[in-house]
Design a protein around this ligand. Sequence first.
Ligand SMILES: Cc1ncc(COP(=O)(O)O)c(C=O)c1O
Length: 401
Amino acid sequence: MKPDLFSKFDPLIAEREALAATGVRDPFGIVMDEIKSPTVAIIRGKETILVGTYNYMGMTFDPDVIEAAKTALDEFGTGTNGSRVLNGTYKDHHDVEEALKEFYGTKHAMVFSTGYQANLGFVSAIAGRGDYIILDADSHASIYDGCAMGNAEVVRFRHNNVEDLDKRLGRIPAEAHKLVILEGVYSMVGDIAPLVEMVAVAKKHGAMIMSDEAHSMGFYGPNGRGVYEELGLEDDIDFVVGTFSKSVGTVGGFVVSNHPKFEVLRFVSRPYIFTASLPPSVVAAAAASIRKLRFAHNKRAHLWENTRAVHAGLREMGYTLGTETPQSAIIAVMLPDQQQAVVTWEALLNAGVYVNVARPPATPNGMFLLRCSLSAEHTPEQIKAILAAFKAAGQASGAIS
Ligand SMILES: Cc1ncc(COP(=O)(O)O)c(C=O)c1O
């Protein structure tokens, strides 16, 4: 074929063809034919336990959340057809921002159409020409894309490395405006940030701080606000970013803050302005879910129990995990190459357990991962079945002996 704009993708096309030729199923082409509950789906006719969905608190089938969505659907229709700053703000968009303010105890909350867009829209707008963004090297793609979209100088520091953050902040002109971007939980291997030390360093250099708490909402901190709340940093973090696509159980993203000028962002953030707002049923569901999450103490406790059980079980079997101890509801099983990752993944699926495959460039240090995310709704029987499947799959693929 004559070279054209697609030629740059030839190595990826060849890699995917080589994988298909081995006869294994495509981990990036799974279709959920039926969803039975927050933890069970039918995939190709087989009942499958879901261990890779970020449905941490199992809110997707909560009766109050479903009821709220149905009521909004009946009363307001399927979509808004417009931007938040024109015709796309309905009463439920206001209400979900109120629910967020209650949940986080902040004065302001701004909802975007996804968590990806929240990072894109906030990061690109807040730091402009002459400003500095200092971010962890393992930051989520949406944070990097927000940096790429904006005009600020971007400085990376080594993942979770407090000294490197200090060193790099020290090289930036003292008078420049700076934003340090951290994540409570890093989603690839499920490790948490040393936020106390990082915040102290950022403050020393006069930087503002944003923490993306996408993977800690609901189950970290006394009110489920995130790792920053657990560590007593509520007065120190200037902006918290989050998503509705994980613990909340629907779709959408947000930033909350106490900054007195925060509301101006609605008029300067392009990914907020130049896109349609979320359907009313989605924001109504999110509001109902957020209001329940705050008081979901039992779910929180159960999620941690499940996480500890799976982490300990996998370690005992001889798997190498992303973290020594369970730090979040993400447990990453590290495998040496794509072949072993995909073969183990397929054996798990055949045994009725679905996990995520993660590979470079999404993963740091060229790692191939089988990523598990636990749910508060996994039953003790499901936890047993998950561990049994990992044992058999790992032995069959040679990942464990
Ligand atoms: C840390 C982090 N931030 C933001 C997002 C984006 O969230 P959403 O799925 O709502 O676009 C994700 C999603 O995986 C994430 O892991």
